[in-house]
Design a protein around this ligand. Structure first.
Ligand code: TTP
Ligand code: MG
Ligand code: MG
Length: 465
């Protein structure tokens, strides 16, 4: 079973609706006025995007340097502590194997992907494995067909979070305006940083790259451009361990030949629609009349497509962002049936709610939109949510509201994935000021207050599972 936790920020790269909100409704952001970078008209904007190279895999190679240059795939399951050490103790009992000896484990002792039979998904792969067509989000079994000789390592999120914090600390020591974009990415505004304009930003980018590698042994790629949209694309142009400097006049030569999908915000569906209209490259998109794009893609998205294709983007680098949602989801080892596997589903569902509640409490947030996500065995995905009258970070309250959402789903097929999400987040403590006085003393629409006070009703309150 693979469990995935995520925190979604308002400025998230992945959700187009949220991107659209961020573009059109800055007021939705929670109080950053003082943390938004300012611009000086006399200096050209230099915005940088940094992305770590094969991040999870590179972190693994720090403890297993003997795997450098080999095809390695990360995924399939959680780390079982000391698996490899246990094998070494049997293979070489004369030596006392400890966590300090990981680099001495011979390559032939590592498990190969070839024998894998589970349903795990790959988080990432080394560049050597990518040469065989293996990549993120691919099923491990598919990867095993493409590259059976690849080494398969389980995930260790704690370690990835540690290195994520570490590289961001290093960047903060060098440049002040940094926007966190998730585990291995940041934007930086070099415009007014001393030296930030030198060679279009290359000097500062090189310093950051060297500092990160010097302190962690990890490499990253950096793109510097007039805005975030182009910087993000630029950081991919020279991966791994590369720097790309992009000026607006390079657009035609370097960006227009790229496929539309390279624009952050054009997902598979929009891309398929563009392709159906014969639009494959960003250049072809730029050639379309704006009116045509509005007509076929809607007012907001059509206008944005037009701007993106021309490399226009004036979003600021935002140094603090508030998460808008937190979620947990899990893919089952085998598909489960709503009736036959009711008990197991009930337990998993409760655990997801408890995990989201724990995430919220640990990070100090409460939310009031409770959502669920289900993926059926035919990969159809459905979501439902409902909004409570009060904010909560309570596992039981979340479980009850999520349970009611479940009842709005037609269970005709077996379930492959289940997820729970809490959205409309605010900082815990600040929600008091958001309630109209009357709501404070009233019971919630969904009876959440009652649920929260009855400790042992976790399983009964939603009878579906
Ligand atoms: P990416 O930056 O997309 O990929 P990467 O760092 O592995 O490789 P690249 O050199 O191309 O940047 O994602 C960062 C990490 O996030 C990645 O190492 C693993 C994780 N991840 C997943 O778990 N699932 C996914 O589908 C993707 C895309 C990434
Ligand atoms: Mg990366
Ligand atoms: Mg990334």
């Amino acid at each position: 079973m693979t469990c995935w936790s995520s925190v979604t920020h308002l400025t998230s790269d992945c959700f187009r609706t949220q991107c659209a909100q961020a573009r059109c409704g800055q007021s939705l952001r929670l109080g950053y006025a003082s943390s938004v970078s300012t611009e000086t008209p006399t200096l050209p904007r230099r915005i940088a995007h940094l992305d770590m190279d094969a991040f999870y895999a590179s972190v693994e190679l720090l403890r297993y340097p003997q795997l450098k240059g080999l095809p390695v795939v990360i995924g399939g399951g959680r780390r079982r502590e000391d698996d490899l050490l246990a094998r070494m103790r049997i293979a070489q009992p004369e030596r006392e194997w400890t966590a300090n000896d990981l680099a001495d484990i011979p390559v032939n002792m590592f498990p190969l992907i070839g024998g894998y039979t589970g349903r795990g998904v790959i988080t990432t792969a080394t560049y050597a494995a990518r040469a065989f067509g293996v990549g993120s989000a691919m099923g491990v079994m598919k990867a095993a067909q493409l590259c059976p000789q690849a080494i398969l390592l389980p995930v260790d999120f704690e370690q990835y979070r540690h290195y994520s914090r570490r590289f961001k600390e290093i960047v903060h020591e060098i440049t002040p305006l940094v926007e966190d974009r998730g585990v291995d990415e940041i934007y930086m505004d070099f415009t007014q940083v001393p030296g930030g304009q030198r060679e279009g930003g290359r000097v500062l980018a090189r310093l950051i790259q060297k500092s990160i590698t010097g302190a962690t042994g990890l490499t990253c790629s950096i793109g510097v451009a007039p805005n975030k949209l182009l910087a993000k694309m630029a950081s991919e142009l020279n991966k791994p361990n590369g720097i790309s400097i992009l000026k607006h006049e390079d657009l035609q030569e370097k960006i227009w030949p790229l496929p539309c999908r390279k624009i952050n915000g054009i997902g598979p569906k929009a891309d398929a629609k563009l392709q159906a209209h014969g639009i494959h490259t960003i250049g072809q998109l730029a050639l379309r009349e704006q009116a045509w794009l509005l007509e076929h893609f809607g007012k907001s998205y059509g206008a944005w497509l037009h701007q993106a294709a021309h490399g226009w983007d004036d979003r600021p680098v935002v140094t603090e962002s508030e998460p808008v949602s937190m979620s947990r989801e899990t893919t089952f080892e085998k598909d489960l049936h709503v009736l036959h596997d009711k008990a197991a589903l009930g337990q998993i569902f409760t655990r997801l709610c408890q995990q989201v509640a724990a995430d919220l409490q640990r990070k100090g947030y409460v939310g009031k939109t409770i959502g669920i996500k289900l993926r059926f065995d035919n990969f159809q995905t459905v979501t439902r949510d409902s909004t409570l009258a009060i904010y909560t970070a309570d596992a039981q309250a979340i479980r009850q509201a999520a349970g009611l959402c479940l009842k709005r789903i037609d269970f005709k097929r077996r379930i492959r994935l289940l997820g729970v999400r809490v959205g409309s987040l605010v900082k815990a403590g600040s929600e008091q000021s958001l309630y109209p006085p009357i709501a404070k003393s009233s019971t919630s629409v969904l009876g959440v207050q009652e649920a929260a006070s009855s400790k042992d009703h976790l399983h009964e309150q939603a009878d579906l599972f």
